[in-house]
Design a protein around this ligand. Structure first.
Ligand SMILES: Cc1ncc(COP(=O)(O)O)c(C=O)c1O
Length: 429
């Protein structure tokens, strides 16, 4: 695209009132999901703006300090307190705190008894962990393309896939509330029941999100009304941050008990379950589990973070509306996201023709936008398993144009105006 051609209308640009003091030698941390990459040390004109970041208050710090001064750094009372509060927030019976969202997914695939060779369906537009959890159990990942309007796993494409194979070919589906858009799990549940499949909802992007079902009932992401299990992540870019951390939610007591067992080495002390009993110290390892526990320090932080979850969500919505307004005021070649009321705005993703050029322009201006996601099936690991470019054309087309703009509760209006102005400048330069 010609650079002069980027705008479809001429307009006056606002002047840049944003921080223009020189900040020397600032370590700039760009967050790529799950990694802190690139510590740059250079002269910066503006404070770097990441695409996402945590919001830590004095209340959080006090809670962590109190936890450090308590008798329990792990396996103490802060865990159940956080789990109970989280279950109440989501509106679900049981919550199991774990060390991260990936561990949550792994325990879920174990709890659903995924065996080597079992075929499980998921979306290519997600963080790779949504697919990798199938591989941890030796299962086969079967990607299915996304809906071009919502960018979520397309239920009709999944139906076609299922109908092409004899019943029993697939074991389950892992739909993802990508970007914070609550996927309609009622439709997936109907389909899953027709084919005897289980559902694990990857709700990492959507605590506080919801969809309205056919009975006009609000269904919170992760409430397990339609899915067997749901999982969340508390990575710093997510709505609730505990450094590393995750949660599994379910209404199923049997699955809950199994998850609790698997979270801690498969060891139980429950007298009812023990095969022998040598005394009060006695415990048994009954299954091959893991140490996927969350610490009390993290759970204490999670509890105070959770108290402000709605406040954070409100701010995310405000930021989304400000972007919408700014970009709709001009006829720009930007597609803004379409969303409904229950969107949780983990990400605000625009679609532009020359994504790389805009990405570089933002970066030159110290705005660290991000790309969510490189389609999982095009990753070398999945290519080695037989997937190739061209397999999921809707996902691949989406990937070519998507760009996630800064979106986090502590993003100030001034900072957001700078992001908007930098984008408007790009389209008119
Ligand atoms: C959709 C999705 N699923 C799973 C995960 C994994 O969570 P964690 O980073 O806590 O292991 C993430 C985190 O980036 C995610 O975005």
């Amino acid at each position: 695209m010609e650079s002069k051609d980027r705008s479809t209308s001429g307009f006056e640009l606002p002047t840049n009132n944003f921080i223009n003091t020189k900040i020397q030698l600032i370590p700039c941390i760009s967050i790529i999901d799950n990694q802190y990459s690139m510590i740059l040390e250079k002269t910066l004109d503006v404070k770097p703006i990441p695409y996402g970041r945590q919001n830590i208050t004095q209340e959080d710090i006090d809670a962590v300090v109190k936890s450090l001064q308590s008798d329990f750094l792990t396996q103490g009372p802060a865990i159940a307190k956080f789990e109970n509060a989280f279950a109440e927030y989501i509106g679900v019976k049981y919550a199991v705190a774990v060390s991260n969202g990936t561990a949550a997914l792994h325990l879920c695939t174990m709890a659903m008894n995924v065996q080597p060779g079992d075929k499980v369906i998921t979306t290519p537009i997600t963080f790779v962990a949504s697919a990798n959890c199938i591989r941890y159990c030796g299962g086969e990942v079967v990607f299915s393309d996304i809906d071009p309007n919502t960018f979520l796993l397309d239920v009709e494409i999944v139906r076609t896939l299922l109908e092409k194979h004899p019943k029993g070919t697939f074991k389950g589906i892992i739909p993802v509330d990508f970007a914070g858009a609550a996927i309609n799990l009622e439709t997936f549940k109907k389909l899953a029941d027709e084919h005897d499949l289980w559902l694990i909802e990857d709700a990492c992007h959507a605590p506080g999100g919801f969809f309205i079902d056919s009975k006009e009932k609000k269904q919170n992401c992760g409430n397990s009304a339609y899915a067997d299990l749901a999982i969340f992540s508390f990575h710093p870019v997510k709505h609730i941050a505990t450094g590393e951390g995750g949660m599994i939610t379910t209404n199923n007591k049997k699955l809950y008990d199994k998850l609790c067992l698997l979270r801690t080495h498969g060891i139980t002390r429950d007298i009812e379950l023990l095969q022998e009993n040598h005394g009060i110290w006695y415990h048994e390892m009954q299954e091959l589990g893991y140490n996927y526990r969350l610490s009390d320090i993290q759970a204490a932080l999670g509890s105070t973070q959770l108290k402000r979850a709605d406040e954070g969500l409100k701010r995310r919505k405000e930021i989304a509306h400000r972007y919408d307004e700014a970009f709709s005021s001009y006829k720009l070649n930007i597609k803004t996201p379409k969303y409904n009321e229950g969107h949780a705005f983990h990400l605000y993703i625009i679609q532009v023709e020359d994504r790389k050029d805009l990405y570089n322009h933002l970066r030159e201006n110290n705005i660290f936008a991000q790309v969510h996601y490189i389609p999982a099936h095009t990753m070398p690991y999945y290519k080695n398993l037989g997937y190739k470019k061209g397999d999921y054309p809707i996902a691949e087309k989406y990937y070519e144009h998507c760009l996630s703009l800064p979106m986090y509760p502590t993003l100030s209006n001034e900072e957001q105006d700078y992001v908007i102005e930098t984008i408007l400048n790009y389209f008119t330069k």
